[in-house]
Every structure is written in C-alpha cells, then in structure tokens.
Design a protein around this ligand. Structure first.
Ligand code: CDP
Length: 235
C-alpha cells in the first residue's frame, strides 16, 4: 500500500475501517510547507510528520560521528540504524546539517531505509488519528503517491531566504541573508536534480505559491482545497 486512500474506493465497498486520510506537502526549502503542515494537522486533528527531520537526523549523526556525508555506505548504515530517539534534542537546523542533509538525501540507499518509517506513519498515524500530514520533497510522488490531497508549496527564492533568515536570527544563529539564500539555492539544485525521488511537483498536486501570502492566507487557501476534496469524496 502506498499510503492509499483509494483501496477501499476501488474495492467498491466501504470497509468498516476507513484507510487514513493523507495530506502530502512537497516543495523547496523554506517554502512554508512545515508551518502549513502544522496548521493543517492541528485544524483537522491529524498526525504530522516533518520528513526533513529524518534526513537532517541522518546527516547530524554522520557529522556528530565525524563521518563524511558523501560516504555512501556509512550514510546508508546511519539511515538503517536511525531512530528519532537518537536525535532527541540534537541541533538539526544548523547550516552544516542543512547542507549535509541534502547530500545524504541524494543517496538511494538512505532514501530506501527511511521509506518504511514514513509509510508506516501515514498508514497508521500515531495517536489513532484518522489522518496524517507529511511534508517533504517526495511525499506526493514517491512516499504516498495515493495521498488524499497533495500540495506543492513554493515561493520565490528571495522570500524563502528572508523567512529562513528571520527564523535563524530569532533562534539566535548568526548568519547573513546572502548566505542563507546561497545555501537554499545549492540545496534546491541538489534536491531537484538527484536521480532518486527528485523534488518535483506531482502532476496531481495543487500548486500553492506563498510568495505574497501570509501564514493565515496560505492556510485558508489550503483549507479550501482540502474541504472541497473531503466534500466530494464524502470523507
Ligand atoms: O526545512 P527545509 O525546507 O529547509 O528542509 P527540510 O524539509 O528539513 O529538508 C532538509 C533536506 O532533506 C532537504 O534539502 C532534502 O535534501 C531532504 N529531504 C528529502 O530529500 N526528502 C524529503 N521528503 C524531506 C527532506
């Protein structure tokens, strides 16, 4: 199963246990998908998984063990041994971890090792929630191709850099807007051009450009799309 909502539908019968609803959000770095995913999860009372923490987590483990993120075999081992426990409290949002995360994320063995965890989360949302919201780069294309609703969230590079810069300053990290913009561009380029599960808008995803939208505006737009799908599918 690929985080499907279609299996009960195609079977033509309504099973007593409905498959969980899955909302997929993909898009480039700092596009606002994380904030949006959290708002959606809170509003519909769904579980939320920021899948970026898995790649950041593997990257952090590598750097912490003084391993080279480019070392493919070691990265795969770190991904296979990965657990959320291992990165509890770890500083996974530093520029070093961000850069290393997109390096390990281009490794097919790493992606394969992290796939099961993501699908299990979507298919059996923790807390017995009836739906899950996952945000990342390949949720709608690879992890959950049968997701109930898909969004591709984007914004101009300048706006994304500005938002990320503000976040970092608020978190007490010294950095310049120019450095943040350069980091985002390198990461976007690597994420979009890797061979395995590249970052791309799924054909059936709703494009949400948040360049000139507030957080509330983006959420309202997403909610309209979701409510419409729920209404049409009687969910
Ligand atoms: O928060 P931000 O948008 O900056 O990045 P993130 O979502 O935390 O993801 C960090 C990195 O993990 C990305 O640059 C990707 O290389 C990788 N990633 C991925 O390949 N696939 C995902 N589903 C999620 C993240």
């Amino acid at each position: 199963m690929n985080c499907a909502h279609s299996s009960a539908k195609t079977a033509g019968v309504m099973s007593s246990t409905q498959p969980p609803i899955v909302i997929a959000l993909d898009g480039p770095a700092a596009s606002g998908k994380g904030t949006l995913a959290r708002s959606i999860a809170a509003h519909y009372d769904f579980a939320h998984l920021d899948t970026g923490i898995l790649y950041r987590g593997v990257a952090w483990i590598m750097l912490n063990d003084r391993e080279d993120p480019e070392d493919a075999a070691r990265a795969v081992r770190a991904a296979k041994e990965f657990s959320l426990e291992k990165i509890r409290g770890a500083a996974i949002r530093t520029p070093q971890v961000s850069a290393a995360s997109s390096i390990v994320a281009a490794n097919p063995g790493v992606r394969e090792a992290l796939l099961q965890f993501q699908r299990r989360f979507a298919e059996t949302p923790p807390g017995e929630k009836k739906g899950a919201v996952l945000d990342g780069r390949d949720i709608g294309t690879k992890v959950c191709p049968d997701a109930t609703v898909k969004f591709y969230v984007t914004a101009s590079p300048e706006i994304r850099a500005q938002r990320r810069h503000e976040e970092m300053i608020a978190a007490g990290r010294e950095t310049t807007l120019a450095d943040v913009l350069a980091d985002l561009k390198v990461r976007d380029e690597r994420d979009a051009n890797r061979d395995d599960a590249p970052m791309v808008q799924s054909e059936d995803a709703e494009l949400l450009d948040t360049t000139s939208l507030s957080i509330e505006g983006a959420f309202a737009a997403a909610r309209r799309v979701i409510d419409d799908v729920f209404r049409r599918r009687a969910l």
